[in-house]
Design a protein. Structure first.
Length: 142
């Protein structure tokens, strides 16, 4: 198991800065197994997102308002919006800047864990698989 890639992916998906994509490409460049590397990066990244989700879920209402800058009326509207549109948005939890807060909001608004994990995993797996595929394809065109 590539613990360096796992830890990079894990930290990258919490509220801390990081970028595991470059390390994935480097590991592919040095001959790593694409399937194993994509799976390791995905698992690390999803577990990091789960930590961020847990921070949102376990935080108290005062902390949520302070983090999100929302009063009770705004929280109610956000819950309503997330119930209508937010679940599918978790497919985009891999995006820079907005992905981590999206996971935090999903936890704060009590998104079901199974739904959260399914959608976040699909999105993050898709991102890493696309990066690996694009890199491997680019090697054939050099």
């Amino acid at each position: 198991m590539d613990w360096g890639l796992f830890l990079s992916a894990f930290v990258s998906s919490t509220l801390m800065p990081g970028g595991s994509e470059a390390l994935l490409i480097y590991r592919l460049h040095t001959g790593g197994d694409p399937v194993a590397l994509v799976l390791v990066a995905t698992v690390g990244n999803v577990l990091g997102s789960l930590v961020t989700y847990g921070m949102g879920r376990l935080g108290n209402a005062a902390l949520h308002r302070r983090w999100l800058g929302m009063d009770e009326a705004k929280v109610s509207r956000a819950e309503s919006w997330f119930a209508r549109f937010g679940q599918p948005a978790l497919l985009l939890a891999w995006l820079p800047v907005v992905g981590d807060p999206l996971c935090l909001v999903a936890g704060a608004l009590r998104s079901p864990v199974a739904t959260f994990l399914a959608l976040v995993t699909v999105g993050k797996l898709g991102r890493y698989a696309f990066l690996a595929y694009a890199f491997i394809q680019s090697l054939g065109h050099l």
